[in-house]
Structures are given as C-alpha cells and as structure tokens.
Design a binder for this molecule. Structure first.
Ligand code: SF4
Ligand code: SF4
Ligand code: SF4
Ligand code: FES
Length: 952
C-alpha cells in the first residue's frame, strides 16, 4: 500500500448506535451521537481549519481556529469541542469566520520562525497549511515584538528534537503523552506568553519520565517535535505499510521512504492492533537493519576453530546440504533437525518445518516458543480447545476488572499497556499478581486494587486459592458452567479446589500472599462485571507452566468470563510472531493448525500436498535435541533467526551440545552467540527486506511488506527454498503469497487468508473460515472450540528448585522496555542509552546483609553456573527474590538458569532459580571464558574477508 498522508477527522470517532442528523454548509450529515461538529464536517469532506485538534486525541479547544457559526448559538463556537445535535444548522465559511481565523493565524505567525523552506516540517506542517487555508497574506503585528525565536533546542533524546522556538503551545503533545501513551511526562508550564512545554520538572527529555514512544512527535502539528532522521534526511517520497518486527503487539507502521532508505517509521492510524500508537522500539529502533555488524555474504568453515571463509551462495548452500546428507547417511535419518524463529514470518517458519518434515524426513523441528509460550498452547487447547488467546486488544476497553498475572505490559507490550492504562484511568479495577512491583501497580492515575506479591514458583497455589474462594463463596456462574462446560469435569474440579488445603489461609504460607488479599481479589474478579485476565511468561516459564494456564482457564470458565468482549484469557506473546510460529507447525508433534502428526487424515492431507511420505512419530524438542547431541545421536542443525546459545537456559549445557555437533547452519543477520558455534553462516534478511505475514498475540495476521531489497541477496524464505532444493526436496515458490495460499489451503483456521485479502482488510484474526470470512475477534462465543469447556484439576506441585543455605535467594528474570529479548537488534541502536547493561535487582535488606551497595559487582551463583552483574538496590523486588534481564550475552543470565522445565511442554523454568549473591571484584570464570571465546570468534570472522561485513 503506497501512501504518505493519513486522514485526520479532527476528533475521535464515537461508537453510539444513536444517529444524529444535522446540516453543515447546506449538506445533510448523519453521524453517531457524541460526534463533534468538526468530525461530522470532515466526514462529509468539509475540512474546517484546525490546529489543536487531531483525531487521536480528545478535543481541547485552545487554538480557536475551528470556529463555526451555528444557528441559535451565541458567538462562534469551536467545532472541535461542540457535539452535533439533531437539526443543527452549521456554517463553516463566511466573511466573519474568515477574518477571525486570519487574526488567530496572524498571532501565531508573528511569533514563529519564518524558515519554512529549511524547516524539517516543510510540506507537512499544519501551521503552514493553515496559513494557506485561511489566506494569511500579512502579519500586521510585525515580527519584532516579544517572541520565543531564541528558545533553546532540547536534543537530549537520541531520536527526536524539541525546538521550542517553533512551539505554538497547542498542547497536542501533552495530551498525546497523557491520553495515548499514559506516561504524563509533559505539561504546559507558565501562563500566557510565557507558556512552554516542559518535560517533567522542566528537565531535558532524556532526564524526564519520557519513554520515547513518539506519540508527542506524531501529534505535533509543527516542527517543534521532529524525528532526527527527518531533520537529517528530509521528507519521504513514498510510504509502505508494514508490521513491527519486535513484540507480540504487532503494531502497524508506515515505513516512510526515500527510495530504499527508511526516513522514519510512522505508526499507522488504521492499524488494528495499535490505532496509531507505538513504542520506542518499533518507532525508532530500526538502525540494526543497516548496522555495520550485519553479515552480507555466506560463509563456511570445517571446524569452529577455523577462520570463516566467504563463499558464493551456491557453495554455501551446496556445502550445507551435502553435510546434512552426509550426517544422515552416517548417523541416521533422525540425526538432524531445524529450529524456527518467532522473529521470522509465517511463510518462513512454514517453509522451515516443511523442509524438516518433507526434506529431512523427520519431525525434528521446534521453535523458540518452546522456551516461552508452549504451556499456553497446551493449557488452552486442553481446556478451551484452541491454543490461543480469546480476545482482541480492543476488548480491554470493555473490561471492568483487569487481572495481570506474571506479565509486565508497560515494558513487554507497551502499546497494549497504554490501551490498558486508558481503560484503568476510566475506572476499571486492577489486580496484579507478580513477585515484583511492576510499573502498572502504581503509575499516574492508576493504582492496583490488589497487588498479590507472591513468591516465585507459587502461581498454581495462588490460582487454586483464588478458585477456592469462588467455589466456596457461591461466586460460580452456575448457568454458564451448566450450559457451556463439561459438568463432570467441573464437579471434579469444584471438589478439588474446595478442599481446605487450597484455601487462601492454607496457601498463604506457600505464596506469601495474605489470605484476606486473595479473598478480596477473587471476589472482585468474580463480581465486578467483565473480568479479563492477561498473562505472560511469569505464568508459563515454570515447572507448572501448563498447570497454571489451565488454572487460569478454569477460573475464567467458572466465573463466566469468556466468550464476549471485555473478558477472556489473554496470553501476551513475547515476540512478534510467537503465535504464528506455533500456528505454522513449528512443533515436533504438530502440523500447521495444531494437528497431531499421528492423525492419519491430517498426515495424508500433507503427504498428498507435499508429494512425500511423512512420519507419524513426534520428533525432538529443543532440549531433547541437546540431550541427543550430547549422547552423540544428533549431529546437524539448521537454525533460522534464533539464538539458542543466549536465549535458552543453562548456557553451558547448550554450548556443550552445540560443540558436539558436526554441522550447525545459522541463518541470521549477525554473528550471534549460536553462530559462534556454526559451520555454515547464511546471511538472513530483516523484516524490511521481505514480504510475508506476522501473527500477533490477538491471532491477528498482519502484512509485512518489503520496503527494500534483501541486503544479502535473498529473503529468508528463498534461502530455505534453496536449501530444500539442495537436499533433494523441490520447492518452487516465486513469491511468499504462494506460500500463504498453500497454508490457507491446508489449514482450516486460515481458510480464505491471502495477501490480497490482507491488503483489502488490513489484517485478519484467525480463525478465518466460511462462517467468519473476515476473521474472529472474540473466540468461544456460543460454544467452545472443543465443544464444552473442560475443567482440569490443577494440583500444586512445588518446584524441585529449592532454596537452601547455599542458595538462599530466588532469581527471576524479565525484560525491559528499551531492549528486546537477546538484544541482537536493540543493542545495535541508540536504545542502549536507556539500558546498556543487565543489572541485578536486589532488595535493600538482602543487599545490606551481604554488604552490597548500588552499583557494586555481585556474583550470582546457582546450581547451574555463576555470573557477575552490577547491583541495583530496590524495593521493587521482595526480600529473598532477585531479578535480572537477559539482553546482553556477557551478562550470562542463562548461565545461572537451570534445566528444570514445565512437566508438559519442557518450557524452561526461567522464573525460579535458587541462587546466592555475594559482593565480588571480578567477572566469573564463565564470563572470562566467554570473552576469550567471543574474541577468538570475532577474529575468525574478520579473517573471512572485507566483503562479509556490511561496512567494517
Ligand atoms: S510541541 Fe508541538 S504539539 Fe506540543 S505544544 Fe508545541 S506545537 Fe503543540
Ligand atoms: S515520547 Fe512519549 S513518553 Fe515521551 S514525552 Fe512524548 S508522548 Fe510522552
Ligand atoms: S509495542 Fe511491540 S509491536 Fe508495537 S511498536 Fe512496540 S515493539 Fe513494536
Ligand atoms: S482545533 Fe478547535 S480550537 Fe483548535
């Protein structure tokens, strides 16, 4: 889709079913009640001049440019703040209005630099446009009076500049920060002529609460707030709509382009997941795509101690294929496999699993969702019948009580968090269950009703005690359960959770949460109207991850909180395409659409479509691949876009497994940690360089569109296709749309999905089928996907990872807003200015006991390994719990995490590791070895040749 200009109807749409008819400039207009006169006019192509109004924000009425005449009303009311009324007669143009508007503009322009020709906003400045619209020809006051033309610029933010000399004090930025982002970092300081925009207590933007979401930049009608790239490069000449490649919110953006160069990423107002909002990653952190560290030539080597050798694509692919065939001939068909990535598109992951099943002849394919949301798939499939969240994001605007369990939306899913905060500011209740005091617990105008600050590893104990209250206090929605759920399973579950051992009083010793708090929270969830649960990796990454997901589904069913807007069970997916990579059959036991490989009918369908016999036995999961590698049975691995050496638990175990393999093929943008153990490197493409689709946490399939040619020559799907052909399984796609057509043909929940349909609708939430040709925003409406909802007994089983005298603290891990997962992308951007190292959060009490002060180096030892980080002493964590992020490889957070995993899916227990923390003065042994190994690998890379790296 090519367009630069987006419509702006001036004020937000209203959803009222009641319609109002009025007349504007002689035209009869019918709009929903509550619509502004300005919007009603714009909808009938009458554009009233405006400066302080924009569709993204509630009207404010400060600029007085949008005045109109309305019969029967005194004076000249502002059309942006005046709601329509039945029979209203409005005039938007006459001599008096024209004079008043010109007068307003004269005042603005008399205090504005007249440097339009060199201004970065030239051509898209609303002030400039309005001067034209009102016919401004002279400024009677001259330009010599008191003005702000010398006001200083704030260049502290690496991505945008605040040039106060151009500010017209329209307050759009302030309102964007308040209403859209919910950070409330900006104010208008001073009065009258002295009014200025101030960040926090009038400090530079970088020193304020600003989280660099860009909403104020987007809202600013002048060049006062401008992207630095726009200032440096000038304006774009075309734009292409695509989808952010960072998190599972799946924000839609217009990539504004000059030829093949991105000028800026502008959040798309029509984006169904983000409605014109963004965060610092998707909006600004795309520099990695053109970073000098990118490897642009294929490379091979025999041993990981050899220098890399730059080769042609033909040689690299031929070598990779012959190695894989050699290994299979020597060690057997099951000795190789593949790992897909949630970073890659649906089409790419589909091709990798097809290559493994049809080309390698086994089911040894797994995905990084194994280490994050595999319990979601298992838990929701077995209770509700579908491995996905039940709602769209907009549903939160109808929730009356929001329950956030083990998720940190303001850091992990920022754009959705802003929407959630909007609903909370409107008055919805909030319950947070988290070992840490996440920002949501208390932020401007928001305070959680209950923060259930449980001990890590006790989720299931908590959910059972919440359920106990609901069952024993008569809070079950009996009608819903009787009509919609399996009554036998409910009876069994009811009996179980009603047991005294599951009461909040009995469980408080385990969870650390006061029984009274649990009782009150359960009552609130069950009785406050629409109850919506949002959860994250704090639920899944446990030894009882799947049990907890089932416990959440049980709770939603028992209270009737499923099957309509405002309720539901909503996993917040980490990466951009976690949902999609699972949907596409990346698991060793499932074909696309979550159909088991042992199902003969399904297997025959794929056999006939792919023209090859397929195996009915599930293949190896990632941890099984490591075990088999260490046993000498698994020797070859194709990894597309994933960095298991950094992201998977127990790093030393992972690297030992990688070292024991004979051919590791890594397809990626950078020489990541896994690539340091590789024998073949195939340079991949960024999301800007390919066509495809991502599926976000709402099951929303969104288009990803190529805005530049692949820098290394091929898009990732093409590389997989080359490899498939080389191993002897023919693939002949000419465009990713053909891959999607095949997915849609073979996957019932994708029926009718195509690139053309996505372009037409913008996005589609699966299931998409004959009954729901435009997709399904809310699932399980009249009936559950599995028919009747199934309750499952969720016995609390404590993790085997116990604290003791040697390891008395529990380490839990998480993410931060400015960095993303293993950091391969964000570490190569200015986002490092916000977070340039992983730190260990430790409670003041624990710190004092150990003589640890803020900033000290702290050794963290677990049963798996030891690393060293600097301390952040904070009460965000509770005594006995320490916390860190894992964005920097040298931190070695996963050197400490153990092999413990979810009983059903092997999802690692990242969230509970028993550790000791001590003050130290030097890096750990592992860190020293890591540094040496990394330096060696960097040196071996440099020897590959000058052309390998983009600009080194
Ligand atoms: S910075 Fe921009 S949006 Fe904010 S008050 Fe000034 S002109 Fe308006
Ligand atoms: S970038 Fe976002 S958080 Fe920062 S001031 Fe602007 S709107 Fe507020
Ligand atoms: S919220 Fe997620 S999808 Fe949206 S811009 Fe940020 S990282 Fe991208
Ligand atoms: S646009 Fe209505 S008062 Fe500014």
């Amino acid at each position: 889709m090519l367009s630069i200009v987006e419509h702006d109807y001036g004020t937000p749409a209203r959803a009222s079913a009641k319609l109002v008819t009025l007349t504007i400039d002689g035209r009869e207009v019918t709009v929903p009640e509550g619509t502004s006169v300005m919007r009603a006019a714009a909808l009938s192509q009458i554009n009233i001049p405006k400066l302080c109004a924009t569709e993204q924000l509630e009207a404010f009425g400060s600029c007085r440019l949008c005045l109109v005449q309305i019969d029967g009303m005194k004076g000249l009311p502002a059309s942006c703040t005046t709601p329509v009324a039945h029979g209203m007669q409005v005039r938007t143009q006459n001599k008096q209005l024209a004079e008043v508007r010109r007068g307003v503009m004269e005042l603005y322009i008399s205090d504005h630099p007249l440097d339009c020709l060199t201004c970065p906003a030239n051509g898209h400045c609303e002030l400039q446009d309005m001067a034209g619209v009102v016919g401004l020809r002279e400024v009677r006051y001259g330009y010599a009076g008191a003005n702000h033309l010398d006001a200083a610029k704030d260049t502290s933010n690496p991505y945008f500049t605040f040039d106060a000399s151009k500010c017209i004090v329209c307050s759009r930025c302030v309102r964007a920060c308040d209403e859209q982002q919910g950070t409330l970092a900006l104010t208008i300081q001073g009065r009258g002529f002295d009014s200025t925009v101030a960040a926090s207590q009038n400090v530079p933007f970088m020193d304020s609460e600003c989280v660099s979401c860009g909403a104020c930049v987007q809202a600013c009608p002048t060049a006062t707030l401008s992207e630095n790239t726009l200032i440096q490069k000038g304006q774009a000449e075309h734009s292409i709509t695509t989808t952010c490649a960072y998190c599972g919110v799946g924000c839609s953006f217009r990539a504004e382009m000059q030829g093949e160069e991105v000028v800026r990423m502008v959040p798309n107002q029509d984006g169904h997941a983000n409605h014109g909002h963004s965060c610092v990653k998707g909006r600004f952190a795309i520099g990695y795509a053109t970073h000098r560290d990118r490897i642009l030539k294929p490379m091979i080597r025999q041993k990981i101690s050899d220098p890399w050798r730059e080769v042609s694509w033909e040689e690299a692919i031929g070598h990779a294929a012959s190695e894989l065939k050699r290994i299979q001939a020597k060690y057997g068909r099951n000795s190789i496999g593949g790992i897909t990535s949630s970073r890659c598109s649906n089409e790419e992951t589909y091709l990798v699993q097809k290559l493994v099943r049809a080309g390698f002849g086994n089911n040894n394919v797994d995905t990084c969702a194994r280490v994050c949301h595999s319990p979601t798939g298992y838990g929701l499939k077995n209770t509700l019948g579908e491995s996905a969240g039940t709602q769209n994001f907009d549903s939160v605007m109808k929730a009356d009580v929001i329950v956030v369990i083990g998720a940190n939306p303001t850091d992990g899913h920022p754009v959705f968090a802003s929407q959630m905060k909007r609903r909370l500011r409107q008055g919805a209740h909030l319950i947070v269950a988290d070992p840490r005091t996440i920002d949501l617990v208390r932020s401007p105008h928001i305070a959680a009703d209950y923060h259930l600050k449980l001990k890590p590893g006790t989720n299931v104990a908590l959910i059972n005690s919440l359920a106990h209250v609901i069952v024993t206090e008569g809070l079950v929605k009996e009608d819903f359960v009787r009509e919609r759920c399996e009554v036998d399973s409910f009876a069994k579950w009811r009996k179980f959770v009603a047991l005294a051992k599951n009461s909040p009083e009995a469980m408080q010793e385990i969870t650390g949460v006061a029984a009274s708090e649990v009782r009150a929270a359960a009552r609130l969830y069950a009785t406050a109207g629409n109850g919506a649960i949002y959860y994250g990796l704090g639920v899944t990454e446990h030894s009882q991850g799947s049990t907890m997901v089932m416990g959440i589904a049980n709770l939603a069913m028992a209270t009737g909180n499923i099957g309509r807007e405002g309720v539901g069970v909503n996993p917040l997916r980490g990466q951009n395409n976690v949902q999609g990579s699972c949907d596409m059959g990346s698991f060793p036991h499932e074909f696309p659409g979550y159909r088991h490989v042992s199902d003969d009918t399904v297997r025959h369908l794929f056999e006939s479509a792919w023209g090859v016999g397929l195996h009915s036995e599930p293949g190896l999961r990632i941890p099984n691949m490591f075990e088999a590698a260490l046993d000498g049975d698994f020797k070859g691995l194709y990894i597309e876009g994933e960095d298991i050496a950094q992201s998977d638990p127990n790093t030393q175990h992972v690297t030992a497994a990688l070292t024991s393999m004979e051919c590791i093929i890594v397809q990626d943008l950078f020489l990541n940690e896994s690539a340091k153990f590789a024998h073949v490197f195939l340079p991949g493409s960024s999301f800007l360089e390919k066509d495809g689709t991502f599926t976000n946490a709402e099951r929303r399939i969104s288009p990803v569109r190529k805005v530049m040619q692949p820098k290394a020559g091929y898009a990732d799907w093409q590389i997989t296709q080359l490899l498939a052909n080389a191993v002897g399984y023919p693939m002949n796609y000419t465009h990713p749309s053909e891959i999607m057509d095949e997915i849609a043909r073979l996957t019932p929940t994708f029926t009718g999905v195509s690139f053309a349909r996505l372009d037409e609708l913008g996005s589609i939430q699966w299931p998409c089928n004959a009954a729901h040709p435009e997709g399904t925003p809310t699932m399980h409406v009249d009936t559950f996907v599995r028919g009747k909802g199934k309750f499952l007994v969720t016995e609390y089983v404590p993790t085997e990872e116990k604290v003791n005298a040697k390891y008395p603290l529990i380490l839990t891990t998480g993410r931060i807003l400015s960095q993303y997962n293993v950091g391969a992308q964000t570490r190569r951007t200015e986002n490092n200015r916000w977070h340039d190292e992983d730190r260990l959060e430790i409670h003041p009490h624990d710190a004092e006991e150990r003589g640890i002060a803020e900033g000290d180096w702290v050794g963290i030892a677990s049963r798996a390994g030891e690393t060293v980080l600097r301390a952040r002493v904070t009460e965000r964590v509770q005594p006995g719990v320490v916390y860190t992020t894992f964005h920097f490889p040298e931190s070695g957070a996963n050197v400490i995490t153990t092999d413990n995993s979810d009983w059903a899916t092997n999802c690692p227990e990242y969230k509970v590791t028993a550790v000791q923390a001590t003050r130290v003065t030097q890096p750990s042994d592992w860190q020293r070895r890591f540094r040496e190994f990394s330096d060696t690998q960097e040196a071996l890379l440099k020897s590959a040749g000058a052309d390998v790296l983009a600009a080194k």
